[in-house]
Design a protein around this ligand. Sequence first.
Ligand SMILES: CC(C)NC(=O)[C@H](Cc1c[nH]c2ccccc12)NC(=O)[C@H](CCCC/N=C(/NCCC(=O)O)S[C@H]1O[C@H](COP(=O)(O)OP(=O)(O)OC[C@H]2O[C@@H](n3cnc4c(N)ncnc43)[C@H](O)[C@@H]2O)[C@@H](O)[C@H]1O)NC(=O)OCc1ccccc1
Ligand SMILES: [Zn+2]
Length: 297
Amino acid sequence: MAPSSDPQAFREALASSKRVVILAGAGLSAASGIPTFRGTNGLWKTKDSKLFATPEEFNQDPSRIWQFYHCIRDRCLHAKPNAAHHALASLTLPSIRARLLPSLTDPTKPPLLITQNFDGLSPLALSPHLTPASQKLASSRLVETHGSILKTVCLQCKHTKHTRETPLCPAFAGLTEAEVEAGGRTIPVEELPRCGGTEWDGSNRYGRCGGLLRPAVVWFGEVPEGMGEIAMELNWTDLLIVVGTSSLVHPAASFAKTVKTRGGKVAVFNLQRSEGDENADFLFLGPCEETLPSVLG
Ligand SMILES: CC(C)NC(=O)[C@H](Cc1c[nH]c2ccccc12)NC(=O)[C@H](CCCC/N=C(/NCCC(=O)O)S[C@H]1O[C@H](COP(=O)(O)OP(=O)(O)OC[C@H]2O[C@@H](n3cnc4c(N)ncnc43)[C@H](O)[C@@H]2O)[C@@H](O)[C@H]1O)NC(=O)OCc1ccccc1
Ligand SMILES: [Zn+2]
């Protein structure tokens, strides 16, 4: 049966769903000025992901990889959530949830939002109007499964830090994408982002050990974040909403099939046709910053 593109039918499916999960990809942030990976002018259109997004390449040449991620990180730091982020974040508001999702098994819990985006925009979109308790609950229902570019991990003491500070080391000051495209700077590994930063006092303390930091993103071959929670939730999911992803990267790309095989429904929001959307129950083609607010509005 061809997927339906009828917003009313989709809202009825929402209203009768007991457990809803959302899976988002780079298309969700396209309208915020963050390039996608495989879409038009996508990052991996001009670059080989295996030369930038693997732990092996980082160990080989941390300076080259850090300069690449420094530029993406700066873009993400200057970006703002768009209408699609806000439409999804509105489901964390009890009043909206009661109206759109009256049949949820646990009406106190927002749908689980699994984002493959490491840009930090979905967390940023969480409404400031939420009470601290609801803020905490909403953040606990958000999984950045491919990590966050706003976090670093120390390779020595494993300390993880979330920071919007930039640059993360003096050697990146004024570094531009054009300079990186042209080959970047020669930066000794000692001058790359370090645990404890420039205040490091030579001690070997947790979070201040002077160890080399890496971006806390999940590279190819690495286990994505939150897999246990995700697998648990998908067991009971009767509606999966898939937004702005090419559905080519696993394990995320297999979530729709998992939900379908368990008798659940799948709704796809994408600018264009994408992998596996013929199996969807609902298909809304177009910019998600327009389609999502109109369907969830
Ligand atoms: C490429 C692919 C073939 N390779 C993989 O999937 C690999 C290997 C693999 C594992 N299992 C397999 C099975 C089969 C084949 C291969 C594999 N997977 C892994 O290595 C994963 C790790 C994957 C994570 C890699 N890290 C990323 N990012 C961070 C780093 C970095 O990129 O810098 S993935 C990267 O791609 C992800 C998917 O891309 P999309 O978000 O979909 O973006 P894309 O550009 O492709 O598409 C954008 C879409 O949006 C649409 N769009 C654009 N604008 C809009 C708009 N305005 N509105 C709506 N839609 C829009 C476009 O039409 C398009 O469809 C991104 O999120 C991004 O995070 N790890 C793992 O499997 O570990 C073991 C394991 C697993 C489970 C349990 C135990 C052990
Ligand atoms: Zn450390």
